[in-house]
Design a binder for this molecule. Structure first.
Ligand SMILES: [Zn+2]
Ligand SMILES: [Zn+2]
Length: 276
């Protein structure tokens, strides 16, 4: 059920999906156009990560996702990544990439290592847009490591990723029988795990009347699954309504709904790559 490794075809699918969503969801078009450049970079980096790991003498990844951040593979690509962001991002982010490019390598390493250690665990208060630079760069590596990491069988319901311990980014409803089964998608390593449908992943509320679901008529596959007890919400992509959706990408197109949820007084547990 879980995509264990994200290959070039998966990145192509993400880029094509962003392209398709780019006009109907016009409020998100600027982000989606930028995301296509980021995903193209990630595709290239991902291929290099896979290739490098095959030629490592020890073939030696340790089991934990976050145990080791192998910057010898990654750092040579960081400057190219910053250039991509500088060239294609919205103005403020482009400027932060330009500033980062001027800093010495030690600062890059400190920035990447801090993200690697804390992302999805302690970073709730960090401005998500500020986190973009390390997050967009390290995503392919985190997905790669997440896919390699063996996982223990799930016991009961866990609100944090069973592979790396991070908070979920999204819910995903996948067709099963007459309905859909809910999974949570990890905000750090992009692995999925099964999660009960009537249960708040933030506070554990299970009373159905405290867990309203909001769906727009235009986009019935994008759900705001809110909790009136803790006031957090989970965006869930419903693949029973649109089998072509790619949760990571459709979420980026849902920016206007994030603003709407915010106006209703709900917060998002974990922002997406673009900070919405
Ligand atoms: Zn994870
Ligand atoms: Zn709750």
């Amino acid at each position: 059920m879980t995509p264990t490794q994200t290959g070039g075809a998966e990145y192509d699918a993400r880029i094509q999906r962003a392209d398709r969503l780019s006009s109907p969801y016009s409020a998100a078009t600027e982000f989606l156009e930028f995301y296509k450049h980021v995903a193209s970079f990630q595709k290239l980096l991902s291929a290099n990560i896979v290739a490098s790991s095959q030629f490592r003498p020890s073939s030696g990844f340790t089991p934990g996702v976050r145990d080791e951040l192998d910057l010898t593979i990654l750092l040579p690509y960081f400057r190219g990544y910053l250039s991509t962001v500088e060239e294609h991002a919205p103005t403020a982010l482009a400027e932060s990439a330009r500033q980062m490019a001027l800093l010495p390598t030690e600062s890059w390493i400190a920035n990447l290592e801090a993200y690697w250690k804390h992302a999805g665990i302690y970073d709730q208060q960090v401005g998500a847009f500020a986190q973009f630079l390390p997050r967009g760069f390290l995503e392919p590596y985190a997905e790669f490591r997440g896919g390699l990491t063996p996982r223990a069988p799930l016991v009961g319901t866990t609100r944090l990723c069973p592979v790396c311990g991070s908070r979920p980014l999204l819910g995903v409803l996948r067709p099963e029988g007459d309905g859909g089964k809910r999974f949570l998608l990890c905000s750090f390593c992009a692995q999925e795990w099964e999660f009960r449908r009537i249960l708040c992943p933030t506070c554990g509320e299970e009373a159905e009347d405290k867990l309203p679901v909001y769906v727009s008529e235009d986009t019935p596959h994008m759900r705001v699954e809110a909790c009136d007890t803790c006031k957090f919400y989970l965006r869930t992509i419903d693949l029973t309504k649109d089998g072509h959706a790619i949760p990571l990408v459709d979420d980026l197109a849902a920016t206007p709904y994030s603003l709407w949820a915010h106006e209703q007084g709900y917060m998002r547990l974990q922002p997406n790559l673009l900070g919405t």
